[in-house]
Design a protein around this ligand. Structure first.
Ligand code: NAD
Ligand code: DAU
Length: 331
């Protein structure tokens, strides 16, 4: 089996490559990544020169780079993680989000049409559903919840989803889509809530909480997301969307306080800062479909996953320090 993984130098993509390598040592994995600020080749150093692995620095929007690579590699499966992924950056500058997240997905799917594949999997997000009110804990996102986006980021992801479903209907491209809740774990870029708070707390720096910190996110350990994608690419049905989440809703402030407690740092480091524009209140996934159809259930409980994650950042200071001082760009 030959798999192209795009965005494999980022957080979830790299964890997915490690997951595949361990479970299917015979698969050939080709990673395409543009190495934007969020891509870190150092993350892949243990696998870079290994057999059955190839890294290609390329932009998924660049047909001249993508098409010949597909012609040469003839992949069976393509898993598209490559994206601009940070909501705050999309609010500052939407355009690159539209380019990479929408056009990049179209370029990949065109190559899939041209060279024939068994599966194109689009890694999407629960943010395409917009948000839920805090006073309705009975409500969850299902696959039938209509897209209702809040940020340029989520709008670009929803656009890519619609395009993927259109390619399935129009060209019978064997597409699947997963919409996962917030991930946490090793190798997450320290701009996202959990790694930012861990790294700042370790450096005794302020912990910036947007607004009152009452927004709720539904946290999933990254390996459980990888497991879901593995099940979908092998056993999912063409043209289907699968929600992925582990029923683990937490308020931002509770997460930040927990990180302070685990690291033995004072809560006085917490600073309330200006709220994110259009800030989604609550995300909550109903994962009943992927459980019923593919047997997926998460393995990692939050209380264990967060400890593993905090310990990883404590033990891999060189990984995030090279990001803070910019040295990772030279790897
Ligand atoms: P990330 O920002 O850590 O990594 C993105 C990777 O894509 C980087 O390696 C970057 O270099 C690469 N990339 C960006 N633009 C590219 C381009 N034009 N061509 C090739 N490579 C490019 O992101 P992440 O958090 O690992 O998210 C991966 C995917 O999962 C995204 O599609 C995101 O929307 C989705 N997702 C993320 C979460 C989460 O909690 N992080 C949850 C659900 C879904
Ligand atoms: O739900 C899935 C999504 O989760 C993914 O699609 C996105 O790619 C991923 O970035 C993530 O989006 P969020 O906006 O939920 O994640 P972020 O880590 O940026 O923020 C989580 C919450 O914490 C959110 O309510 C904003 C808040 N926050 C974030 C940062 C960076 C703070 O209060 N302070 C901060 O400094």
């Amino acid at each position: 089996m030959k798999i192209i993984v795009t965005g494999g130098a980022g957080f979830i993509g790299s964890n997915f490559i490690f997951y595949l390598r361990k479970k299917y040592p015979d698969y050939r994995i080709v990673c395409i990544d543009k190495l934007t600020y969020a891509g870190n080749l150092h993350t892949l150093k243990g696998i870079l020169n290994s057999e059955n692995f190839r890294f290609v620095k390329a932009d998924i929007c660049d047909r001249k780079a993508v098409d010949p690579l597909f012609a040469e590699e003839r992949p069976d499966i393509v898993v598209n993680f490559a994206a601009e992924s940070h909501v705050d950056r999309s609010i500052e500058n939407p355009e690159i989000f539209l380019q990479t997240n929408i056009i990049g997905t179209a370029v990949l799917m065109d190559a899939c049409r041209e060279y024939g594949i068994k599966r194109f999997h689009q890694v999407s997000t629960d943010e395409v559903y917009g948000d839920l009110p805090l006073d309705r804990p009975d409500l969850f996102f299902t696959e039938r919840t209509p897209p209702h986006t809040s940020s340029p980021y989520s709008s670009s992801k929803a656009s890519a989803d619609l395009l993927a479903l259109a390619y399935h209907r129009t060209y019978q491209l064997p597409v699947t889509i997963s919409r996962c809740s917030n991930n946490y774990g090793p190798y997450q870029f320290p701009e996202k809530l959990i790694p930012l708070m861990i790294v700042n707390a370790l450096n005794d720096k302020p912990l910036p909480v947007y607004g009152e910190g009452i927004n709720v996110r539904d946290w999933l350990y990254v390996e459980d997301h990888c497991k879901a994608i593995d099940m979908i690419i092998h056993n999912g049905k063409d043209g289907e969307v699968y929600n992925v989440g582990g029923h683990n809703e937490m308020r931002n402030m509770d997460i930040v306080k927990l990180i302070c407690k685990e690291l033995g740092k004072p809560e006085s480091l917490i600073e309330h800062v200006t709220d994110r524009k259009g800030h989604d209140m609550r995300y909550a996934i109903d994962p009943a479909k992927i459980h019923a159809e593919l047997g997926w259930l998460p393995d990692t409980k939050f209380e264990n996953g967060i400890k593993t994650t905090i310990n990883w950042y404590i033990n891999n200071k060189n990984w995030w320090e090279s990001i803070l001082n910019g040295a990772y760009r030279n790897y």
